[in-house]
Structures are given as C-alpha cells and as structure tokens.
Design a protein around this ligand. Structure first.
Ligand code: ADP
Ligand code: MG
Length: 358
C-alpha cells in the first residue's frame, strides 16, 4: 500500500525531472569495510529515493532527510547500480551528450562505482566497463552504421589553471572494451596517487574517460553524434582532514578549487544566471557541453557510513541537493538531418567544381 504509493510518486517525480532536464542525482552508501564496526553508522532509514542521516550528539543530535532520484544502500550490487544508469548510456547512441560523474570524499566509493574494486571480477565491474560493453554491443546490433568509437582518457591535475581542457590529440579509435581497458590502465599509471593520512589509495586528480560516438541512421541518412564523459572526481574533503603538506597540499588546494568551480557553475545554473563561469577551471571547461543544457547529466554522490565522516557526509549531501535542483532544460539530440547532409554534400561538390575551374 504505502510503499507502492511512494514508488509511484518517485517514478512520477523522475519523469517530471526528465522533462525539465534536471541533473539526475543518485546517492550511494558505501558498506562498512571488513574490520570496521557497523555499530556507529550514521545512515538511518533508506528507501528508493530517500535517505535519513542520524547525527551523533557531538554534532547536535538529531536526524536529517534527503531526497534524490535514487538511493542505493550499502548492499546494492554493481549490476543494480548500472541497471538504473543503462538508459542514459543508450541515449548516447541516439545522439545525446551524456555526462556521469562520481562525487564524494576520499574512501566513499567513487572509484568502486566507476571502475570497480582493485581486484576486478565480472560481477564487480563498474559503470565504465559496463557502459562501454553496452555501447559496443548495441552499436553492433543496430542497423545504423557506426564508426569506431573514439576514446580519450585524461587526468586533470592542476585544475585551477585555465587553458585548453581537452587535448583531442589523445583521441584513440577503439573497437572493443578490452582496448579501452588497456587505455585506462595507462591513464591509471600516470595518476598522481600518494599516501595521505586518510586513504593511501586517495587520488588527487580527476580522471575522465570520454567516448565519442558517430553513426548514421540507415533509414533517414541522418548523422548522429554523441559524446559521453565518465568522470571520477578527486576527493571532496576539506584539505586539513587529510593532513596534506607541501606539494601535496598545493595540489589538494588546486583540486578543491576546481571542485568549488564546479559548485559555482552549478549554483549559477541553478539561479539561471546570465553568466555561467565555465572558464574558471579545466574541469568545468571539459564538462561545459554536458552541463550547459543540452546534455543528460547524472551525478553519483557517495557517502561513508562512519560516524567520524559525518561532517563530510552532510556537506556532500547538501551539495548534492543543490545539484539536483539545477534545471538544464530538455536534452537535445546532435542530429543532422539527411536533407542538411545532402545540401552539405552539394555545397562541397560545387566548391570542388569551382576550385577545378580556377
Ligand atoms: P574513493 O574512490 O571514493 O576514494 P574507493 O572506491 O577507492 O573510494 O573505495 C574505498 C574502499 O571501499 C575500497 O577498498 C573499495 O573497494 C571499498 N568500497 C567502496 N564502495 C564499495 C561497495 N559499494 N561495496 C564494497 N566495497 C566498497
Ligand atoms: Mg578513487
């Protein structure tokens, strides 16, 4: 009875948000890790779209609820998480731009969601691998002709610097998931990973995987172009927590700057401001075409259940609520109709004929 009504409400809410083009926000709670005591969890009741956080007395005893498009509890499998992401990924092949990014403090599970754990099994494959598998699979099934996917792996370190965000020279054509995995491993090796006090696998850079899709609808001759960014963001925690020093601190501050630039862009979009400060960081420049209103955007926000993570957990969820309130307008297809294409070809052949005469 009651749960059904809740579920129906959630579906309706998601449909309305889709129409308005809101950024979708999925929240994922990491389970306690082996060896951790689960008696001190800050996560109370969870349902499909709501999460209640219990604040320990030190932080003012009470609880606070947050609503998102979807909430995944600590026992959600990688497959379950992906099944709610799949429709978005398929729309890349219909010519939409898609951006999926993972946000949260170091250790909350961003890399787990996007790539999987260190020791990968088929069940633990993350969104990246599943998305690519899907793209290859569907593009082979469909009658339309698809060119090989073009892939770009990029790590943004010094993100407060302005300048060209995407060196397109890195674009590599790929025909299978294995090739992409190899490319990503290369990217992994180049990443600035260092031991901080919080987590020795902590990563201080944003890691982006961009996939360009180009194809032609056989029936209409229309050219479709889609692009997908999969972004594993650097940790969102405040710098002092990780006791970073020297170069490490400098790097962390740069990263924080780019995350706050992301926050500024999202605020400006939420307020429908006439100036959106995309150019303030490489990250926001890279994501401009995905945050600018014609794309479908999904943010996974990750939280840790431990009591001592409570202040990061609350600030993460507040940020996520702000993101969820941004209306981008309905997404649009990058589609060139057969007619336009024909005209383009005519122009090209006329130009060629002219050139010959000269
Ligand atoms: P982040 O990338 O946000 O710093 P990680 O993805 O590296 O965090 O996760 C930290 C640790 O927790 C890793 O050992 C990871 O395997 C584990 N972990 C994260 N999320 C989950 C999950 N949903 N289920 C099981 N283990 C997880
Ligand atoms: Mg990580």
């Amino acid at each position: 009875g009651y749960h059904k009504v809740l579920e129906e409400n959630r579906k309706l809410y998601n449909q309305v948000q889709d129409l308005k083009g809101n950024i979708r926000v999925y929240c994922r709670v990491r389970p306690f890790l082996p060896g951790q005591s689960s008696s001190m969890s800050t996560v109370g009741h969870i349902d499909d779209g709501n999460i209640m956080i219990i604040t320990p007395s030190k932080y003012g005893k009470g609880h606070k609820s947050f609503s998102f498009n979807k909430v995944f509890g600590p026992f959600a499998t990688q497959e379950e998480v992906f099944s709610d992401t799949q429709p978005l990924i398929r729309s890349v092949l219909d010519g939409y731009n898609v951006c999926i990014f993972a946000y949260g403090q170091t250790g909350a599970g961003k890399t787990y969601t996007m790539s999987g754990p260190n020791e990968l099994t088929e069940e633990s494959f993350g969104v990246n691998y599943r998305a690519l598998n899907d793209l290859f699979h569907i593009s082979k099934q469909r009658k339309d002709t698809f060119l090989p996917l073009l892939v770009n792996t990029l790590d943004i370190h010094n993100s407060s610097q302005k300048g060209l965000a995407v060196p397109n020279a890195n674009l590599v054509p790929v025909t299978s998931t294995t090739e992409v995995v190899e490319l990503m491993n290369i990217g992994q090796k180049n990443r600035a990973v260092s031991a901080t006090a919080m987590n020795d696998r902590s990563s201080r850079s944003h890691s982006c995987l961009t996939i360009h899709v180009q194809g032609r609808e056989l029936a209409s001759g229309a050219v479709l172009r889609g692009c997908m960014h999969l972004v594993d963001l650097a940790g969102s925690e405040r710098v002092n927590k990780s006791e970073a020093k020297g170069d490490r601190l400098k790097e962390a501050q740069h990263i924080n700057k780019s995350l706050s630039a992301l926050g500024d862009v999202i605020s400006a979009l939420a307020q429908k401001s006439s100036h959106i400060p995309y150019r303030n960081s490489k990250l926001t420049q890279l994501l401009q075409d995905s945050l600018g209103g014609q794309a479908k955007t999904l943010m996974f926000v990750h939280i840790s259940p431990e009591a001592d993570a409570i202040s990061e957990t609350l600030s993460t969820l507040k940020f996520a609520e702000r993101v969820a309130s941004v209306e981008l307008g309905a997404a649009q297809v990058n589609k060139e109709s057969g007619e336009v294409k024909e005209l383009r070809q005519q122009v090209a052949s006329l130009k060629a004929a002219l050139a010959k005469k000269e």
